[in-house]
Each structure stands twice: as C-alpha cells, then as structure tokens.
Ligand binder design. Structure first.
Ligand code: AMP
Ligand code: TRP
Length: 338
C-alpha cells in the first residue's frame, strides 16, 4: 500500500453504512501512511444526476466536516474537494476517449441510476471520472464498499489499456486494487430491504441526534415471527441484530442472541441495548462535529491545503499523460517526425 485514494459524494448526510463500510477504514489507513492517504469529496460526480445549485456547495462542506468528525484528520491525511483540482476532468476526458461505450453501459450502478433518472452523458462517464480520480494520484489501493468493486475493475482496465497503448516500456499508471472491509462491506438498511442507502431513505445518520435515531430504530421492522413479546425469533432474520454485531460488545451480542431465540427479551429491549453501543460510537463523532460547526474555518482551511497538495501531484501526472498521448507541449515546436 503505497498510495491510497478514495472518494465520497456530497449527496447528504453520511450514514453508518458509509462510516463502517468506508470512512472507518480510511481513518485506519491514514494512521499507517499519512499524507499518502488521499480522500476526496467528489462534487463533480454529484452533478451526474440532477442537483440543487443552492445546496451543492453546502453539501460539499458538510461532507468534509462529517468526514473530519468521523476521524479523518487533515493534519495527517489529505482531504480535498474534487472540483478544486480541475485535472480530474482533464484526465477524465482523456480516458473517455479510450474507453469503449459498451464497457460503460454494462456498469450496474449506471443501469440502476438510469432507471431512476434521465440519462445524462455525464452519468455514463461517471466511472471514467472515477478512474481519473484514482489514477491522477497513481494510487495502488482504493478502500471502498462492495458496491464499488466493478468501478475499480474498470479503473484497472483503463490503466492497463493506457499503459499498453501509450507507455508500454515505462507504464504511467499502476493497476489499483479495491480494499474492502469485510466486516461491514454491505451494511443493511433499517427497513431490511437491502443496502443502507440515502436514496432508499433507510439510513441511520452519523450526526443525527440520539432522539431522532431512537425514533427510527423504535419502529424498525424486526423478525416477523416475533409478533408478541413471548414469540421466539431468529436473530439472523433481524436487521437490529446485524447492527448489534457492528456496534455492541460481545456480551451484549450474546445476550440479545439468546434473548431473541428464547423470547427472553422483547424487541424494544433489544433495540434499547443497541442504542447503547450505537451512541458509544456516535457520541465522539457528534462532539467533534459540533466543534467543527463552531470552527468552520478548520474545515475550509483543510480543503484549501488539501487541494494545494493534490494540485502538485496532479500537474505532474498530467505532464506525463500529455506527453504519453503525444500532445504538443506549450511553447515548444514539435520535432518533425523523421
Ligand atoms: P456513496 O455515499 O455512495 O458515495 O458511498 C461512499 C462510500 O461508502 C463508498 O465506499 C461505498 O461503497 C460505501 N457505502 C455506501 N453505502 C454502504 C453500505 N450500506 N454498506 C457499506 N458501505 C457502504
Ligand atoms: N463512486 C464512488 C461511490 O459512489 C465515489 C467515488 C468517486 C470514488 N470517485 C472515487 C470512490 C474514487 C473511490 C475512488 O461511492
């Protein structure tokens, strides 16, 4: 793991799926490799579906704040906003000219999103821009949730093709690998309908007050077999139990496991126990968020410093890329082809 890159869209409040599936892992990596860990709020990705111009800037700031609250320390790692380093778009364009349309049309995220929204050309190009994000910094490792594996595979393909075509002797790009935290690769949504996701409205948000979290958890469906308090249930069928496994200590997990199977405890008791473990994780995050809300300059300063750091790397990569594909250098007369 020499250089790590990952990104997150500024599409609203971060939820525990983002935290457990991605950000928590980012924090760990940052402890190991410092400034070679680069994290990006991908605002240009966010406009591939219709967006609100009044909100985009605010959401980008909020996403940076929430990531810092979740433990990303910009003094240790690099945090920046994608649009502050325009080379992402330049490399994205180059890659788009080298990527067969069919490969993009096959992406499952594209297929899903194009059922929900009218298809903009940018939505199809989304994974090309993602490949540019990663390869601009020559990252070899990309910590993401399971849903991003296909995009990282495409990134490898784009790198491989570019190297083979334009720099076979001295490859410009590495072939990066996805790094998945297996313990929380796919955090289920509160409605137990599948993945937790902002668009499905089934989230527990990192910065939600305890009372609001409880309101959601209190009414969340559990194992349907537990109609009455003394009906026994199967923990594996209950989304609350899967959260216990993510947030509670081993004793509590054991207690609710047995309690559920024997009807020893009711679902409300089980949910109250979940609140304890959940708040143990969320309270320090929420306290840090309150600090940054009172000191917003700490967030904007981090983004400015992050963009400056990234810009240097990005410029160098683009010099190599432009040369590799054979563009005319500014202020130079192209040697006549012999
Ligand atoms: P997104 O909000 O889609 O930009 O996702 C940001 C990061 O969180 C990506 O690495 C996703 O793979 C990860 N992620 C999003 N939802 C979940 C989930 N329910 N479980 C695990 N990881 C997730
Ligand atoms: N597509 C990613 C997601 O939805 C976000 C993203 C954009 C990303 N660029 C990236 C993730 C580069 C990793 C690396 O979660």
């Amino acid at each position: 793991m020499k250089r790590v890159f990952s990104g997150i869209q500024p599409t609203g409040d971060l939820h525990i799926g983002n935290y457990l599936g991605a950000i928590r892992n980012w924090v760990k990596i940052g402890e190991q490799i410092g400034k070679d860990a680069i994290f990006c709020i991908v605002d240009y990705h966010a406009i591939t579906i219709p967006h609100d111009r009044e909100l985009l800037g605010r959401l980008t700031f909020d996403a940076a704040l929430a990531n810092m609250a979740a433990g990303l320390d910009p003094n240790k790692i690099v945090l920046f906003a994608q649009s502050h380093v325009p080379e992402h778009l330049e490399l994205g364009w180059v890659f788009s000219t080298q990527t067969p349309l069919g490969e993009l049309e096959r992406m499952t995220q594209f297929k899903d999103k194009s059922e929900q929204h009218s298809v903009l050309a940018g939505l199809l190009m989304y994974p090309v821009l993602q490949a540019a994000d990663i390869l601009l910094y020559k990252a070899d490792t990309v910590p993401v949730g399971e849903d991003q594996i296909q995009h990282i595979e495409l990134t490898r393909e784009i790198a491989r093709r570019f190297n083979a075509k334009f720099s076979p002797e001295n490859p410009v790009f590495p072939e990066p690998k996805a790094s998945i935290d297996k313990s929380a690769a796919r955090v289920p949504g509160l409605d137990n309908s599948g993945k937790m996701s902002k668009s499905k409205n089934n989230t527990l948000e990192l910065l939600e007050p305890q009372a609001a979290l409880w309101d959601k958890i209190r009414v969340a469906p559990t194992d349907p077999a537990r109609v009455r308090r003394n009906d026994p249930g199967t923990p594996e069928k209950c989304v609350i139990f899967s959260y216990h496994k993510l947030f509670s200590n081993l004793d509590t997990i054991q207690e609710v496991d047995v309690g559920c199977r024997t009807a020893g405890i009711g679902c409300i008791d089980c949910k109250k126990l979940l609140m304890v473990g959940l708040m143990e994780t969320l309270e320090p995050i929420q306290a840090r968020a309150a600090h940054f809300q009172a000191h917003p300059h700490e967030v904007t300063d981090a983004l400015v410093a992050g963009a400056e750091h990234c810009q240097k790397i990005a410029r160098e990569t683009m010099l190599e890329v432009r040369d590799a594909i054979g563009l005319l250098r500014p202020n130079s007369i192209r040697p006549v082809i012999q």
